[in-house]
Design a protein around this ligand. Structure first.
Ligand SMILES: C[S@@+](CC[C@H](N)C(=O)[O-])C[C@H]1O[C@@H](n2cnc3c(N)ncnc32)[C@H](O)[C@@H]1O
Length: 371
């Protein structure tokens, strides 16, 4: 074997060593770069996008908003019914109660207790009390739209009826003797039947596009005249023929176009100086719905942003099935401020009262005077 001269061998082994060192160095460099990339990716993943940061801020602001209290004011409608009861009537109702109702009544405070007596009188069909009070026991069956069911809802919703009449009194628009009152979007008469029982002097009208619901109400609730209304104006009512209109959870569903069109139509049917009590969803509704998990952070953010920017926000929540069969692309969930609504109606209305979050700690209760 030929011998390699010593200097050459040394040079060759130095070259091999350099080559190995260089490879090792490159491999280490690649590793350092890979590690750095992984760390940067992990760090970037925890940095919120601008959209996420906006949503986090909106949700935090809405959740920080103080929860609206349960408004418990005057009880003019409940008082109207109780005024016709005789001593011993409440006791007669209590005697008939089963344990669930008895426990509920015992744990309730006034004025909820007095309302429960009326509900349970209707639920148990306590005849002398029903005769004197004007309450009826009929309850909508499961296939008829109703916002509440069961013994606590029997006979009507006195809580909401009281809230409406209390708001009207606070607004300086107490309901005059014999006035005509329209419940716009009355469903199966939950609120209207309570109003009619507390104020039998009024001429009560109720309308709703849900024909099945109106058919049930017309058959079972003779204290009011119910009629099917169209999904867009006009109503089959003469100009200035109504003194008071109430709309509970109706504008909270209208898209922009019907919201404005129906406000103009109620202006037509209300007499000058008449009142419209409506409920709407603004910031208090969003906070409460978010707390209760009834609205997504994304929807809450979009709705809050729209209201801050003076816009209306609409979400199509019912889809092609409609709301209990009432199909309308302009009927879903709506969020807007009173300023947005009134900004579209010129000088047609004067705001007489605005109680934010007063309905179920969510919707605002608004009283407008028809100019
Ligand atoms: C959330 S419920 C409220 C019902 C009733 N105001 C109450 O508080 O028990 C909404 C009602 O509005 C009705 N509705 C749907 N579209 C309407 C429209 N264009 N005009 C009036 N009411 C409508 C529905 O059929 C439903 O009965």
């Amino acid at each position: 074997m030929p011998r390699v001269p010593a200097p050459l061998a040394a040079a060759a082994s130095a070259a091999v060593a350099t080559c190995l060192t260089e490879r090792l160095r490159r491999r280490r460099t690649r590793q350092v770069i890979a590690d750095a990339r992984a760390r940067i990716a992990a760090a970037l993943a925890s940095v919120p996008t601008a959209e996420q940061a906006r949503e986090d801020a909106a949700v935090a602001l809405l959740l920080d908003r103080p929860e609206p209290g349960w408004l418990e004011g005057a009880t003019p409608v409940t008082d109207g019914v109780h005024a016709r009861l005789q001593p011993g009537d409440a006791a007669a109702v209590l005697e008939r109660m089963e344990s669930f109702e008895a426990e509920l009544h015992a744990s309730a405070e006034e004025p909820a207790r007095r309302r429960l007596v009326l509900n349970f009188a209707a639920a148990y069909g306590v005849a002398p009390v029903l005769e004197r009070s004007g309450l009826l026991g009929a309850m909508p069956p499961e296939d008829v739209h109703a916002m509440a069911r069961g013994s606590v809802a029997a006979g009507g919703d006195f809580f909401t009826a009281d809230l409406i009449f209390d708001a009207l009194e606070h607004a300086g628009m107490a309901v005059g003797e014999g006035a005509t009152l329209l419940d716009f979007g009355a469903s199966s008469g939950r609120v209207l039947r309570a109003i009619a029982a507390g104020r039998p002097d009024l001429e009560c009208l109720g309308c709703d596009p849900n024909a099945g619901t109106i058919a049930w109400a017309a058959e079972h609730l003779p204290m009011a005249r119910f009629f099917v209304s169209p999904q867009r104006p006009p109503l089959a009512l003469a100009d200035a023929s109504v003194q008071i209109a109430v709309a509970v959870s109706i504008w909270s569903h209208f898209a922009e176009e019907p919201a404005v069109a129906w406000l103009a139509e109620l202006h037509r049917v209300l007499a000058p100086g008449g009142a419209l009590v409506l409920t709407t969803q603004a910031f208090d509704s969003l906070s409460t719905l978010l707390r209760r998990g009834h609205v997504s952070p994304g929807t809450a953010t979009a709705a809050a942003a729209a209201m801050v920017e003076g816009r209306h926000h609409f979400v199509d929540v019912f889809g092609p099935e409609g709301d209990w069969g009432v199909k309308d692309a302009g009927w879903g969930d709506a969020y807007f401020t009173l300023e947005w609504l009134l900004g579209r109606t010129g000088d047609d209305w004067a705001v007489r009262l605005n109680w934010p979050g007063a309905l179920d700690q969510a919707q605002d209760v608004v009283v407008l005077e028809r100019r």
